[in-house]
Design a protein around this ligand. Structure first.
Ligand code: 6PG
Length: 505
C-alpha cells in the first residue's frame, strides 16, 4: 500500500504512536518511520483494531527516503524522539534523504528551548525547523494534548490546522475540558488547546515553565499528603477520599484526581496500598531543573519551583536519610487534642494559596523571559491552552485566563483582584497549616517557600537595605539612598569615624 500522506513521523514510541493515531482519527493520512520495526508493527496492529473508516490512513515505512517519498511536498515531518543529540541525528538523516529547503521539521520532544533556537538557525538553509511542545502524556497525545508551537509563522500555517484538530478542547461556556477518550470519535467542538506561542524556542520555554509549575504542584500535593499520613495518621484511602472531595472545588485538577487514584490503588502482590510499596526516591528528566536555573539566571524568583526540584534531590538520598532518621532529633508527633478535620481544612487552603503562588512565579518567569528574549507572549492565551489536555490542567486556569484577558500587562497574578481576594481569605489557614507541620517535624519546603514568596512580595521594605550595607562595607559595592533619585550610587567610608556618605558619579 502506498499513500500520499499529509504528514510524516519519525519516532513511533508511546507519544509518537498516539499522536499519529490522533491525527488519523482527525482524517489526516500519516506516514510513520521508526528504527525499531516492532514499534511500527505495534502501530499497525493498533490501527487495525481502531480504524473504523475502512480506508488506509497510516503508512509505515522502512527508511527516511521512503518516508519523504510517501508524503506530499513541501514535506512536513514530525519528530517524536528523545530530546538531545538524537534530534540532530534525525535532522541530518532527513537532509541526507533529500528534504528540501521548503520542507518543515517539527520537534515535539521535551527539548531545551535554547537548543531549539540554535537549531532553527543551524538548519535554515536545509529546511524550516519548527517546534511544538506537547503536554498530556500518552492519553493526551492519543485523545487531545495541549500543544505549544513556536517558530516560523509560515510553518504554523501548515501545521496549525492539524494541531488544532488533534488538541484537547475546552467547553467555552464552562472553561472546563470536553472529555472524550474514544478511538475514531475525536472531540471536534470547543476551543482547541493549541495556540501559536511566538518565535523559535518560545513554545518550548513556555512548556518548560509548565513543567516547572507541574513539579511545584506535584510537590505541594505530596506535602499535604505527608502531613495527613504522618502527622494525622490517616490511611491512603482516607486521604484519597479527601482529595476526591477537594477535586469538586477550587482545587479541581488532573493532578489531584490522579493522586486520589494512586492513593486508593492496592498492590497486587501484597494487597497493601501501592503508595506504601513505592520507594520514596523521585526521578526527574530535567525540565523542572531547567525552569529553576532559568529563574536564577533571569533574576526572577520562582522559589516554589526550585524547592520542588530540591525536594526530589533530597528524596534520592534514601540511604543517608535512613541513617539520619535514627541520629537526628526532631519533635515527636503529638496530635493530642488536635481537631483533624480542622487541620485538613487548613491544608486545603494552604495547598490552594501555595498553588496560586507557584503559578504566579511561573507566569512572572515567562514575562521576564519574554522581555529578555524579545517575545510577545500572550499570557491569557497560554493559560487558556493549559485548561485541558496538559498535566497541570485545573479549574482555576479559567480564572488565570480571565485575569490576563482583563489585564494583559498584569505584573503578577497575585495582583489580580480575584486572586488577591483568594489569598486574603485563605492565608491564615496556610500559615496555621505550615506551623502545624513544622511543629510536628514534617518537611513542607514547597508550601513554606510559597508563603515566604507571598510575604516577601507584599513586603514594602525588605532587609535588603542591611544587605546592601554589608556589601558596601566589605566590597565598596555602593547602594542607592531612599531620599535620592533612583540610580544614583552612594558609598560609606565605614571605617572612618565620621562615616560620610559619598555620592559616586
Ligand atoms: C507533560 C509532562 C511530560 C513528562 C515530564 C515528566 O506535560 O506531559 O510534563 O513532559 O511527563 O517531563 O518529567 P519528569 O520525569 O522530570 O518528572
Amino acid at each position: 500500500m502506498s499513500l500520499q500522506c499529509d504528514i510524516g513521523f519519525v519516532g513511533v514510541g508511546v507519544m509518537g504512536k498516539n499522536l499519529i493515531l490522533n491525527l488519523a482519527d482527525n482524517g489526516y493520512k500519516v506516514a510513520a518511520f521508526d528504527l525499531d520495526p516492532t514499534k511500527l508493527e505495534a502501530l499497525e496492529q493498533q490501527d487495525r483494531a481502531e480504524n473504523q473508516t475502512g480506508e488506509a490512513r497510516i503508512h509505515t515505512v522502512n527508511s527516511y527516503t521512503e518516508l519523504l517519498a510517501s508524503i506530499k511536498q513541501p514535506h512536513l515531518v514530525v519528530l517524536s524522539v528523545p530530546a538531545g543529540h538524537i534530534v540532530d541525528d534525525v535532522c541530518k538523516k532527513l537532509i541526507d534523504a533529500g528534504i528540501q529547503a521548503d520542507g518543515i521539521v517539527v520537534d515535539t520532544g521535551n527539548s531545551l528551548w535554547s537548543d531549539t533556537v540554535e537549531r532553527e538557525k543551524q538548519y535554515k538553509s536545509k529546511f524550516l525547523f519548527f517546534s511544538t511542545a506537547v503536554s498530556g502524556g500518552e492519553v493526551g497525545a492519543r485523545f487531545g494534548p495541549s500543544l505549544m508551537p513556536s517558530g516560523d509563522p509560515y510553518a504554523w500555517t501548515r501545521i496549525g490546522p492539524m494541531w488544532q484538530a488533534i488538541a484537547a478542547k475546552v467547553d467555552p461556556s464552562t472553561g472546563l475540558p470536553i472529555e472524550r477518550q474514544e478511538p475514531g470519535n475525536p472531540v471536534k467542538e470547543g476551543e482547541p488547546c493549541a495556540a501559536y506561542i511566538g518565535p523559535a524556542g518560545s513554545g518550548h520555554y513556555v512548556k518548560m515553565v509548565h513543567n516547572g509549575i507541574e513539579y511545584a504542584d506535584m510537590q505541594l500535593i505530596c506535602e499535604v499528603y505527608h502531613v495527613m499520613r504522618s502527622a494525622l495518621g490517616m490511611t491512603p484511602k482516607q486521604i484519597a477520599d479527601v482529595f476526591k472531595e477537594w477535586n469538586k472545588g477550587v482545587l479541581n485538577s488532573y493532578l489531584i484526581e490522579i493522586s486520589a487514584e494512586v492513593l486508593e490503588t492496592l498492590d497486587d502482590q501484597t494487597g497493601q496500598p501501592v503508595v506504601d510499596i513505592i520507594l520514596d526516591k523521585a526521578g526527574q528528566k530535567g525540565t523542572g531543573l531547567w525552569t529553576a536555573v532559568s529563574s536564577l539566571q533571569l533574576g526572577c524568583a520562582a522559589p516554589t519551583i526550585a524547592e520542588a526540584v530540591y525536594a526530589r534531590a533530597v528524596s534520592t538520598r534514601k540511604d543517608e536519610r535512613q541513617i539520619a532518621a535514627n541520629q537526628l532529633q526532631g519533635p515527636a508527633i503529638d496530635i493530642h487534642g488536635v481537631d483533624k478535620d480542622a487541620v485538613v481544612q487548613m491544608l486545603h487552603d494552604a495547598l490552594y494559596c501555595a498553588k496560586i503562588c507557584a503559578y504566579a512565579q511561573g507566569f512572572d518567569l515567562m514575562a521576564t523571559a519574554a522581555v529578555e528574549y524579545g517575545w510577545d507572549l500572550k499570557y491569557g492565551e497560554i493559560a487558556s491552552i493549559w485548561r485541558a489536555g496538559c498535566i497541570i490542567r485545573a479549574r482555576f486556569l479559567q480564572s488565570i485566563t480571565s485575569a490576563y484577558k482583563a489585564n494583559a500587562n498584569l505584573e503578577n497574578l497575585l495582583l489580580d483582584p480575584f486572586f488577591t481576594e483568594q489569598m486574603s481569605s485563605n492565608h491564615q489557614h496556610w500559615r496555621q497549616a505550615i506551623g502545624f507541620a513544622v511543629m510536628q517535624g514534617i518537611p513542607v519546603p514547597a508550601l513554606s517557600s510559597a508563603l515566604s514568596y507571598y510575604d516577601a512580595y507584599r513586603c514594602a521594605v525588605l532587609p535588603a537595605n542591611l544587605l546592601q550595607g554589608q556589601r558596601d562595607y566589605f566590597g565598596a559595592h555602593t547602594f542607592e539612598r531612599v531620599d535620592a533619585p533612583r540610580g544614583e550610587k552612594y558609598h560609606v567610608e565605614w571605617t572612618d569615624a565620621k562615616r560620610p556618605s559619598i555620592h559616586i558619579k
